[in-house]
Ligand binder design. Structure first.
Ligand SMILES: C[S@@+](CC[C@H](N)C(=O)[O-])C[C@H]1O[C@@H](n2cnc3c(N)ncnc32)[C@H](O)[C@@H]1O
Ligand code: SF4
Length: 352
């Protein structure tokens, strides 16, 4: 079982971002701390979560580093008995708010992995994206995380933006590769509704050449692609992989979707409403077909593969065809995609 905690607070709104996050609700942080603890205790009862059975905790946002470390204490106190001994415990963080003392505080609760939203080390590109940190702050935050003992450090980069050139991306990768990180996520910019970029004509570059250049340059620096947007230099994120394999996960917090067996749970996306009633959720029932479709899409985008035994014959035949065409391989009954750039096309072919 996986656990995801959502922190819906940010210092500012980036031009591309449609995540559930608010810049004007800092006064809700304290009551939010109580609400998430209350919801977690509710989930323990409802889903009959056993002590030691949660294999990973991922705190995402929004910006987890805008939430003071002390406000995590009641939640971590409630969660700790349910974490397995070797659980992966990750927090996202933004370079401008992940201070040395915040990082130390999180370490003291058992966090061993941190993922920084860097996006770029180029100050002009950062401005273009609406980020409020600089290259200097990003590097400092990563080095501070190493200093306070985070074992696994990851960064997010963004590409396919109008600001990109080969030279800029090469420089970003060069700087990244000299930092003490063992994981990197590189996201191609998507234009989302209700963002500044939505009305911005040319925010995306739409260059497949640059996208391939990014993947190849990362490979040259030792970052091996294990999912369409994720690269490992010795560490693959356990939480992500289990999620792509279709594991159950508990979602705690405003807008934090949960998944258990064949149901999906949606708490309110509005922090005030969530705090008022943290255990209220809309429930979606998923059919076997829905679940299979999702599984195929997630498997095609990553190296977790797809167990063929459980699939209907029609799907198995299509996967065999893809393997015959060398677009994938079958190892011990699992199909593995060999070209993540055409992952969605392959998934559509298999499921149509
Ligand atoms: C949950 S988000 C935000 C985490 C953190 N607050 C931050 O800004 O770094 C995680 C990552 O998703 C990526 N992301 C968010 N919106 C995106 C978009 N529209 N297109 C591509 N990547 C996006 C960014 O790289 C971001 O770091
Ligand atoms: S990208 Fe991160 S910091 Fe920027 S608005 Fe979205 S969640 Fe907040």
């Amino acid at each position: 079982m996986l656990l995801y905690l959502h922190i819906p607070f940010c210092d500012s709104k980036c031009h591309y971002c449609a995540f559930c996050s608010y810049t004007d609700k800092a006064q809700l942080k304290k009551p939010y701390s109580s609400a998430i603890t209350k919801q977690f205790n509710f989930e323990v009862q409802r889903l009959e979560i056993k002590k030691g059975s949660i294999n990973s905790l991922f705190v995402g946002g929004g910006t987890p580093s805008t939430f003071p470390a002390s406000l995590y204490e009641p939640f971590m106190f409630a969660v700790s008995p349910y974490l397995s001994k070797d659980a992966e415990i990750t927090t996202e963080a933004n370079p401008n708010s992940a201070t040395l003392s915040w990082l130390e505080g999180m370490r003291s609760f058992g966090f061993e992995r941190v993922s920084f939203g860097v996006q770029s080390f180029d100050d002009k590109k950062l401005k273009f994206l609406g980020r409020i940190h600089s290259q200097k702050e990003a590097i400092e935050a990563i080095l501070n995380a190493e200093k306070v003992g985070f074992k696994n450090i990851s960064i997010d980069l963004m590409y396919d933006t109008k600001a990109d050139t080969k030279k800029l991306l090469q420089n970003d990768i060069e700087i990244a590769s000299n930092l003490p990180i063992n994981h990197l996520s590189a996201y191609s910019l998507t234009i989302e509704k209700n963002t500044k970029f939505y009305n911005h004509q040319n925010a995306r570059k739409e260059s497949l050449v640059l996208a391939k250049y990014m993947v190849n340059s990362l490979a040259q620096k030792g970052f091996k692609q294990y999912e369409i947007s994720n690269f490992s230099r010795g560490y693959e994120c356990f939480h992500n992989k289990r999620y792509w394999e279709g594991d159950d996960y508990v979602g705690v917090g405003c807008g934090a979707v949960g998944f258990y067996k064949n149901r999906r749970f949606y708490p309110s996306q509005n922090p005030q409403a969530y705090i008022k009633n943290p255990t209220h959720q809309e429930v979606e029932q998923l059919s076997a077909d829905d679940l299979r479709l999702e599984r195929v899409f997630l498997a095609m985008r990553s190296n977790v593969g797809l167990l063929m035994d459980d699939l209907p014959q029609k799907l198995k035949d299509k996967l065999t065809l893809l393997a015959d065409e060398k677009k994938g391989i079958v190892v011990e009954g699992r199909f593995y995609n060999l070209d993540y750039f055409i992952a969605d096309e392959m998934a559509l072919f298999v499921t149509s």
